[in-house]
Ligand binder design. Structure first.
Ligand SMILES: CC(C)(COP(=O)(O)OP(=O)(O)OC[C@H]1O[C@@H](n2cnc3c(N)ncnc32)[C@H](O)[C@@H]1OP(=O)(O)O)[C@@H](O)C(=O)NCCC(=O)NCCS
Length: 332
C-alpha cells in the first residue's frame, strides 16, 4: 500500500472532498461543501491555508491542514490538523500522516504548534500526547434535547427581568425597526471576549469585517442571535447558529453579559429565549461547549445540557534544533 498526496484546489470537487473527509473524521461537527467554500473564500488567503489530500492506494483518506491560527492573535504559532477517515485510525498510516503534517507545520518556522483533539477522536489525542504536545485547555461539549426542555419552567425569571426593564430581543427585531445596533454590539462583544477563558488571546475582528459578515444571513443569522437591553443599552448576548448540515440542530455561539449586569439571571433568560426560538422553529437539539471551569457550563447543565465529548487544546514548543530538521518533505 502506498500514500500519495495532492494539493487542495478551491474547486467544487475539492470543497466536497474536504467536507466529506472532515465530516467522516468529526461527524458530530459535520460540514458541507458550501461551508468549505465560504470559509475558504473568507479565510484561506488571510490565514495562509495550506491543505493537502492524502490518498492510500488511490482512495482519499485524509485532508491535512496547516495555517496560521484562525482564532488567536498569535503570530508565533502554526495551527495544524489531520482530518482522516476512521478506517485508518488504528493503522500506521494515521501516525505517518500526523508526522508528515507536523513537518509541514514546522516548516513555517514559527516557535509553537497548535492543535486540537477530543475524546471522540482518541487516536489524534494519543498522537498529540505522545509527541510532546501540552494540553492548555479542556472544553466540555454538551447537548440539550429540546423535547425535554420546557420554557414555562422559566416564566417567573422572564417576568421578573421584564418588570426590571430588561428586554430580550433577536437582532432581527432591532434591524426591523431600524435600530443602529452594529457598532454598540461589536463593542460589547469585544468587551465580553476579554472574560472568556481561551488558551491564547483572541484575534479581534476589525469592525468593517464584522459589519460585512453581519449582513450575510448564512454567516450571521440575525433571527437566532439574541440580546438583552435595558433603557436601550445592550447589556448581553446569546447566539445560536443553525447546524451546517443537520437541519434540526443548533450550535451555541457566545453567551455573555456585561460585568455590571451579571448574576441577575440575564444569561439564563437569554438562553431560554434562544431555546424557545429553536423549539418554535422545529429544532430538536442545541449543542454548546465551555471551558471546564466556566460558570456557563454549570448554567447549561442546569438547563438540561448533557456532556458528549471533551475537547483539548494542545501546544508544542518548537526548539531551534527541531526547526533545522524540519526540511519540508515533498508530498507527492
Ligand atoms: C458566564 C456569564 C455569561 C453568566 O452571565 P450571568 O448573567 O451572570 O448569569 P446568570 O445570572 O444567568 O447566572 C445563572 C446561574 O449560572 C451560575 N453562575 C453564573 N455566573 C457564575 C459565577 N461567576 N460563578 C458561579 N456560578 C455562576 C449560577 O448558578 C447562576 O445562578 P445564581 O445566580 O442563582 O446562583 C457571564 O459571567 C459572562 O459574561 N462571562 C464572560 C463571557 C463568557 O465566559 N461566556 C461563556 C463562554 S461563551
Amino acid at each position: 500500500m502506498s500514500l500519495t498526496f495532492r494539493a487542495f484546489e478551491p474547486t467544487p470537487v475539492d470543497f466536497e472532498l474536504h467536507a466529506r473527509l472532515y465530516s467522516a473524521h468529526s461527524p458530530e461537527d459535520a460540514i458541507d461543501a458550501g461551508h468549505v467554500q465560504r470559509t475558504t473564500d473568507a479565510h484561506a488567503a488571510k490565514f495562509e491555508y495550506e491543505r493537502v489530500f492524502a490518498y492510500l492506494d488511490g482512495e482519499p483518506v485524509a485532508s491535512m491542514h496547516v495555517s496560521k491560527p484562525l482564532w488567536f492573535d498569535s503570530p508565533h504559532m502554526t495551527y495544524h490538523t489531520v482530518s482522516s477517515d476512521p478506517s485508518i485510525w488504528d493503522t500506521k498510516w494515521h501516525e505517518e500522516l500526523w508526522n508528515l503534517n507536523e513537518k509541514r507545520a514546522m516548516s513555517k518556522g514559527r516557535s509553537m504548534l497548535l492543535a486540537f483533539s477530543s475524546t471522540l477522536q482518541p487516536y489524534d489525542e494519543a498522537w498529540l500526547r505522545e509527541h510532546g504536545y501540552e494540553q492548555t485547555q479542556m472544553n466540555i461539549h454538551v447537548a440539550c434535547d429540546l423535547d425535554a426542555f420546557s420554557v414555562a419552567d422559566h416564566a417567573p425569571l422572564l417576568d421578573r427581568l421584564s418588570s426590571e426593564g430588561f428586554e430580550i430581543l433577536a437582532l432581527q427585531e432591532l434591524e426591523d425597526v431600524g435600530v443602529d445596533w452594529r457598532r454598540p454590539f461589536y463593542e460589547m462583544e469585544l468587551e465580553l471576549d476579554q472574560d472568556i477563558p481561551v488558551p491564547e488571546p483572541l484575534l479581534p475582528e476589525p469592525f468593517e469585517e464584522f459589519a460585512e459578515r453581519s449582513k450575510n444571513p448564512l454567516r450571521y443569522p440575525l433571527d437566532s442571535l439574541f440580546v438583552a437591553r435595558q433603557n436601550g443599552e445592550l447589556v448581553g448576548v446569546s447566539m445560536l447558529y443553525p447546524s451546517r448540515v443537520v437541519p434540526e440542530r443548533m450550535h451555541t455561539g457566545l453567551t455573555g453579559v456585561r460585568r455590571p449586569y451579571r448574576r441577575k439571571g440575564l444569561a439564563r433568560a437569554m438562553k431560554v429565549r434562544a431555546m424557545q426560538w429553536a423549539k418554535e422553529h422545529g429544532k430538536r437539539t442545541v449543542f454548546a461547549d465551555n471551558e471546564q471551569d466556566n460558570p456557563m457550563l454549570q448554567l447549561n447543565r442546569s438547563l438540561g445540557f448533557a456532556e458528549f465529548k471533551r475537547e483539548y487544546s494542545f501546544q508544542k514548543v518548537i526548539l531551534r534544533e527541531d526547526l533545522s530538521q524540519s526540511d519540508r518533505e515533498p508530498l507527492s
